[in-house]
Structures are given as structure tokens and as C-alpha cells.
Design a protein. Structure first.
Length: 288
């Protein structure tokens, strides 16, 4: 059993790199996913994950699988779509969710078409599903750098972010940091989606952000515990997905997200906030 668990990481450097990438994503992307969940913006995260695709695809079309070009293109495209969706919502009768859905569909179609212009299905699969088992030093350093920036930014913005999650009107009334917090958080979302894009692809990137956060939310109502539990869940999902990929010869990115999905479904059934767990964990009333 121990050999089954540890031998792949002891014997193969690409497995160690992939595990390090999963750890960095768990520390950076998953807390952002938790705040997305608490702000009821989980579907916006999915839309933004696809919004970065055209920019990354243009970088790929111009420079091939260049880390810098695809990263800059993805960040620019994500920020532009976020701003465009907000502008449409403010200046038309469409709500922000409708404008995001429209831009999401346009972005996904445009990105797939741009990548397909080079005529290589393998590269399209790389962009859509990632290549966490092929992370090089540059990609790993980029993911770690974005995670470090994210943790620092969340530490600075923690109080206003919490207030905006639970009472945005109060934050707007007492602080000038409300718009700063909102747009800084959107930038963090885009950065971490780009980080996840390099490891898991545009279709899977949001999974490592939202599924561990949703599972943690079912177990506790304390934010500090939610943050810790979501990060631990993301690490366990990465470990289980990598082992499944190695031993069963399945794609690593979908295996990682599926492992996170299995933990979420188990939590949905057994956790205190779940379907059956609400009865199992119910505390008895005081009796006199």
C-alpha cells in the first residue's frame, strides 16, 4: 500500500512537479473559490474560466505553447470580459449574469476556433484540459508566484472581503474600499484561473476552485475552518487524481477534478449541512 502511494512521487520527477502544482493551486486558487462561493458567484467563475480562452489562444497562435504569451493573453482577455460584462449590465436591461453567459459562449467558441487554426488536436486538448503532468520549471514558478500574490492580497483584503460577502451594502456605507475590494477580487479570480489554466486547462480550472470550497461549506459555518478545510480537500483531490492517473492511465486533470467531485458528493450526503448528515449530526435538545 505504501509503495502504491509513495513510489510514483519518489521515482518520477514529473509526478513531484504535478503534486507541487496541485499544492500551489490548493493554497491560492481554492481560497478564491471559497469567496466566489460565499459571494454567490460560482457560475461567474466558470464563465471567467472560459473568458480567458481567446486571449490564451491568440498567444498560442502567435507564439505557440509560450508560457508568457498565453499567460498575458489570458489575463488581458479575462479582465476585458469582466469589465465588458459589467459595462453591459450597467448600460442595458441585461443583468450581469446574462451578459457573462453571452461573453462566455462567445469566448469559448472563439478560443476553440483560434486554437483549431493551427490544425493540431493535441494542442487543443492541451488548452482545454491542461497538462499538469508536463509542468516545467517556468510553469511551476508562475503558479507558485500567483498563489503567493493571492495569499498576500487575501491577507490585506480579508476584512473587507468578508464584509462584502455577507453585507455589501454596509461595506459601501462605511468604507471607500468597497470598489477597490470588488475589482481587486476580480483580478485575483482572473489570475488564479490563468494559473489553473496552465495546469488543468480552461475546462477544468474552475473545478479545483469551487468543488473543494463547496465541500468545506457543508462541514462548517466558520470561515477560518472553511478556508483550511477547502485547501486540505484540494490537496487530497490532487493527490488522489494524480495517483489515479498514474495507476489507471487516465488524464490527470479530469481525474483531479473528479476526485474533488467525489469528496463533494460524499460531503453532500454526510456533512452536517448535507442531506443525511443534517439528521446524523443533529444535537439533542436540552431536557428537564
Amino acid at each position: 500500500m505504501a509503495e502504491w502511494l509513495f513510489a510514483p512521487f519518489a521515482d518520477f520527477e514529473f509526478m513531484r512537479r504535478a503534486l507541487a502544482g496541485c499544492l500551489a493551486l490548493a493554497l491560492g486558487a481554492t481560497p478564491v473559490g471559497l469567496f466566489l462561493l460565499l459571494r454567490r458567484m460560482s457560475l461567474m467563475g466558470d464563465a471567467m474560466a472560459h473568458a480567458i480562452l481567446p486571449g490564451a489562444a491568440l498567444g498560442y497562435l502567435a507564439f505557440g505553447l509560450s508560457l508568457g504569451a498565453m499567460t498575458v493573453g489570458g489575463i488581458v482577455a479575462g479582465v476585458l470580459v469582466a469589465l465588458a460584462a459589467g459595462a453591459v449590465a450597467r448600460s442595458s436591461i441585461l443583468k450581469e449574469d446574462a451578459s457573462l453567459a453571452a461573453f462566455y459562449l462567445i469566448s469559448l467558441a472563439a478560443g476553440v476556433l483560434i486554437v483549431s487554426l493551427r490544425g493540431r488536436n493535441l494542442d487543443l486538448l492541451h488548452v482545454l484540459f491542461g497538462s499538469i503532468l508536463a509542468l516545467d520549471d517556468a510553469s511551476l514558478l508562475l503558479i507558485a508566484a500567483i498563489s503567493s500574490v493571492t495569499l498576500f492580497a487575501l491577507a490585506l483584503l480579508y476584512r473587507p472581503l468578508v464584509l462584502e460577502c455577507f453585507d455589501p451594502a454596509f461595506l459601501r456605507s462605511v468604507s471607500v474600499l468597497s470598489p477597490v475590494t470588488h475589482y481587486a477580487f476580480l483580478v485575483l479570480v482572473v489570475l488564479n484561473l490563468v494559473s489553473g489554466f496552465h495546469a488543468l486547462g480552461t475546462l477544468m480550472a474552475v473545478g479545483i476552485m469551487v468543488l473543494p470550497a463547496a465541500a468545506a461549506r457543508l462541514w462548517t459555518s466558520r470561515l477560518s475552518l472553511m478556508l483550511a478545510l477547502s485547501a486540505v480537500t484540494a490537496v487530497l483531490s490532487g493527490l488522489a487524481g494524480l495517483l489515479a492517473s498514474f495507476h489507471a492511465d487516465v488524464p490527470a486533470g479530469p481525474a483531479i477534478v473528479l476526485a474533488a467531485g467525489i469528496i463533494y458528493v460524499a460531503s453532500l450526503v454526510l456533512a452536517p449541512g448535507g442531506l443525511i448528515g443534517a439528521r446524523l449530526w443533529r444535537r439533542p435538545h436540552l431536557e428537564f
